[in-house]
Design a protein. Structure first.
Length: 277
């Protein structure tokens, strides 16, 4: 049987009791980085047999692991952090197992995307997991353009050295005033959730250069069920205004935040909000 085992995304105490048990009983542990997983196992008091399985050897290593599984061994797959298969290797091995009729089970653990989403304060009912955008070029531009058509909260992984570039691209794509959350170092000592728009984040991170690991949660340009022209409905507008007022934002601030979502001018929106409270 293949077990997909979740490991902590920062805080070692997030390892589950079942993960410890299953890793302890495994005949073989496939991992991205044998040194890193070796350290984790040492901390857990487990002396497992490791085999490397990463982005660059997965094509050749996959069939080797399948052979071990066919021999009846219990194999665990772990990534450097979080759940295997989520912006990490795993998906291909699961497909190979399914083709070979080998059972797959999961020992769920933390996922950076979900941890960020629940902390974001944005809509969680529907969400789109984007993960990493291509690092540059046409592919990256195409994905940014695709995000404009997404109607759910978007969850993006980004390296700290590319965060300013991402913010600037999001602004250029029209997301400058969309509510967002920049979640860094989740579950770690310096965990921080900066709930601000990309325009505000650009100013913030110019003063405070981004450090550590980031997940960005971003509200869509427009909501499903909007007015039909890609803009939000009056009911949704009222709801958003109330939410921003409750969060203590000023009428002026709310007018600038919501103007791009409504097709109304900031001035018109200002008078509308003023009448609401
Ligand atoms: N498999 C992992 C998961 O389940 O979330 C994701 C691995 S992916 C290679 C690594 C990316 O996840 C980082 O670049 C960052 O965007 C995000 N990430 C992982 N740990 C994080 C943390 N503690 N705080 C914020 N983001 C994190």
């Amino acid at each position: 049987m293949l077990y997909l085992v979740g490991t902590p995304i920062g805080n070692m105490k997030d390892i589950s009791a079942r993960a410890v048990e299953v890793l302890g009983q495994a005949d073989l542990i496939a991992c991205e980085d044998t040194r890193r997983t070796g350290l984790l196992l040492k901390e857990l008091g487990i002396s497992g047999k490791l085999i490397s399985y990463h982005e660059h050897n997965k094509a050749s290593r996959g069939p080797v692991i399948i052979e071990r599984l066919k021999e009846g061994l219990n194999v665990c797959l772990v990534s450097d952090a979080g759940m295997p298969s989520i912006s990490d290797p795993g998906e291909d091995l699961v497909k190979l197992c399914i083709e070979a009729g080998i059972e797959v089970s999961a020992v769920p653990g933390p996922v950076a995307a979900i941890t960020a989403l629940v902390l974001s304060g944005l809509d969680t009912r529907y969400y789109h997991f984007e993960g990493f955008l291509p690092s540059e070029g046409k592919g990256r531009r195409a994905r940014i353009e695709a995000l404009r058509g997404i109607r759910e909260t978007m969850v993006i992984y980004e390296a700290p050295h590319r965060l300013m570039k991402l913010i600037s691209e999001l602004k250029d794509a029209g997301f400058g005033e969309c509510p967002a959350a920049f979640c860094r170092e989740l579950t770690k000592k310096y965990e921080e959730v900066l709930r601000m728009t990309p325009a505000e984040a650009e100013r913030y991170f110019t003063e405070t250069p981004p450090k550590g690991e980031f997940v960005i949660c971003l509200s869509p340009l427009s909501q499903e069920g909007g007015s039909g022209d890609g803009l939000i409905s009056d009911e949704e507008l009222d709801e958003l205004i109330r939410k921003h007022l409750e969060e203590g934002r000023s009428t002026k601030e709310i007018a600038s935040l919501l103007a791009p979502l409504t097709g109304r001018s900031k001035k018109e929106l200002y008078s509308y909000i003023a009448k609401l409270h």
